[in-house]
Design a protein around this ligand. Structure first.
Ligand code: HEC
Length: 146
């Protein structure tokens, strides 16, 4: 192989890796939003999830940017307090892995801890709407949709 071949192959491999990398793990992470100081923290004794976002959110997403379904509102207000929903929609995870993501938001990003019922509702919603994707690009193929 000549040097040109080697370079061409390297570029092709990088392009393929980026195409396959749909959840953006390989691409540079977007600048993390400045963490809204414990924005989603439930006040003690709070019965319901907040129905508004902190004033200083850096995105313009609304509830309607998430697919409709049970838990849509709760998920939006719990999860969009710090970042837009694109970060969430880019993932396709098992319920367990959603739970780990959820825990990460609490442990690393200081997300307020919801009660177990609300957590279950949100996890059910996330898993129902963003389950693991099949390998390959079939999910994007309109001809494969029922
Ligand atoms: C208190 C702020 C905050 C809240 C609330 C929050 N997040 Fe995050 N989240 C972050 C920050 C900051 C990042 C930046 C990327 C990183 O370092 O993981 C992030 C990144 C992510 C990512 C992409 C990174 C990864 O782990 O692959 C996902 C997915 C995600 N959040 C899901 C959620 C979900 C689901 C919820 C609601 C249950 C949620 N977030 C609520 C702060 C928050």
């Amino acid at each position: 192989m000549t040097l040109t071949h080697t370079i061409a192959v390297a570029i092709a491999c990088a392009a393929v890796a980026l195409m396959i990398d749909r959840a953006a793990g390989l691409r540079p992470a977007p600048t993390p939003p400045p963490c809204v100081a414990n924005a989603a923290a439930p006040s003690p004794g709070r019965a319901k999830a907040p129905r508004s976002l902190p004033a200083n959110v850096k995105h313009e997403d609304t509830v309607a940017d998430l697919p409709p379904g049970k838990g849509q509102d709760e998920t939006f207000y719990a999860c969009a307090a710090c970042h837009g929903v694109a970060l969430i929609k880019a993932q396709g995870l098992s319920r367990d892995m959603w739970d780990q993501s959820f825990q990460l938001m609490i442990d690393r990003h200081n997300m307020g801890k919801p009660d177990q019922a609300e957590r279950d509702l949100i996890l059910d919603y996330l898993f129902a709407n963003f389950p693991p994707r099949r390998r390959g690009r079939g999910d994007d193929n309109p001809f494969l949709k029922p």
